[in-house]
Design a protein around this ligand. Structure first.
Ligand SMILES: Cc1cc2nc3c(=O)[nH]c(=O)nc-3n(C[C@H](O)[C@H](O)[C@H](O)COP(=O)(O)O)c2cc1C
Length: 332
């Protein structure tokens, strides 16, 4: 195995998208073993949950770094306070969600509906930036509802960057319909428009601009990187995490080989044992690993064994060890 070298690329060159219920801390720990360089995002966590909730929503493992906390909210003071806590805990970036179209999020006046209020987003970013020295970034869409002209997007970026001081944007290259479509439909139905994101980079060359939406291979990622600074991959990285094993070599040039995926699974054992001792269920960790052997003989049995057994009472690391034998052919 080749040791990691340092890289001059921006942290955002390749990232795994924030995904509610998917990119939890167990998922990120697993993804980190596959790629040392990929920037990992948390699920969106609302300021209300952080400031008033009972759970420890910011808990994570230092091994996940570099990791970015994605916040949902639109109150500048609350966002600033959450950003401060994130920085103190060692998060490497704080990201404001201005792209999620769910009803719940709209009722809280955050997510994609914030695209209609660029001055408010600028105030939020300004407050967060004055509270922390880590990067404060925005993830948004290219438009909402009938506000889908390039001028609308350009004005949003201009106000948030000039008045708010945000110099780092990730753009999901499709607009969102705020009513009528479910969040899932909003990830599929509005057409992708990559050139519009490239145009933002051309018009704001001093900003770090990352592209997101529908990207499925590292070759596609490389093609986008000819036009923008970063690529964010969501569903494909989650459903086919083996792709992450190639990222350090293919996109960052910090390795000459790719980590052996079986060894990565085995490297999860101590983490799993520790987590089980803290009361975590095996299935809560292994659910993120189901797609790892996509395309490899034994993948279906690996997946089925985990799906059928990891949620049983008392399930421990032996279930995973057993599942692995379907791929390695080795019975331990
Ligand atoms: C299950 C799921 C949950 C998501 N949760 C969030 C979220 O919490 N915050 C956010 O900004 N986007 C969220 N998204 C959107 C993704 O970050 C991403 O923008 C979208 O999936 C498009 O990228 P992709 O085509 O590479 O998946 C979610 C997507 C999925 C599939």
């Amino acid at each position: 195995m080749t040791s990691d070298k340092t890289t001059n690329y921006p942290m955002q060159r390749f990232s795994v998208a924030p995904m509610l219920d998917w990119t939890d801390r167990h998922c990120r720990y697993f993804h980190r073993l596959l790629s040392g360089q990929t920037l990992l995002y948390t699920e969106m966590i609302t300021t209300g949950a952080i400031l008033f909730g009972k759970g420890n929503y910011l808990a994570y493992s230092q091994q996940e770094q570099p990791v970015a906390l994605q916040l949902g909210g639109s109150d500048p003071q609350a966002l600033a306070e959450c950003a401060k806590r994130a920085e103190e805990l060692g998060y490497n970036e704080v990201n404001l969600n201005a792209g999620c179209p769910s009803d719940r999020v709209q009722n809280g006046r955050f997510g994609a509906c914030l695209m209609a209020e660029p001055e408010l987003v600028a105030d939020c970013i300004k407050a967060m930036k004055s509270a922390v020295s880590i990067p404060v970034t925005v993830k948004t869409r290219i438009g909402i509802d009938d506000s889908d002209s390039y001028e609308f997007l350009q004005r949003f970026i201009q106000i948030v960057s000039e008045q708010g001081g945000c110099d780092n944007f990730t753009l999901h290259a499709r607009k969102a319909w705020l009513s009528g479509l479910s969040p899932k439909e909003n990830r599929e139905i509005p057409p992708l428009d990559y050139p519009r994101v490239y145009q933002v980079k051309q018009d704001f060359p001093h900003l770090t601009v990352s592209i997101n939406g529908g990207i499925k291979t590292l070759d596609e990622a490389k093609a986008h990187l000819m036009h923008v600074d970063g690529v964010m991959m969501g569903r494909e990285a989650y459903q086919n995490p083996g792709i992450l094993a190639e990222v350090d070599r293919e996109l960052f040039g910090t390795r000459t080989d790719a980590p052996d995926v079986v060894s990565v699974i085995e490297a999860m054992y101590p983490y799993i044992e520790h987590e089980l001792s803290q009361g975590t269920y095996l299935g809560h960790i292994t659910r993120h690993m189901l797609g790892i052997f996509q395309g490899i003989p034994g993948a279906r049995q690996f997946r089925r064994h985990l799906s059928e057994n990891a949620h049983k009472a008392g399930a421990d690391v032996e279930v995973l060890r057993q599942a692995l034998t379907f791929v390695t052919g080795k019975n331990s």
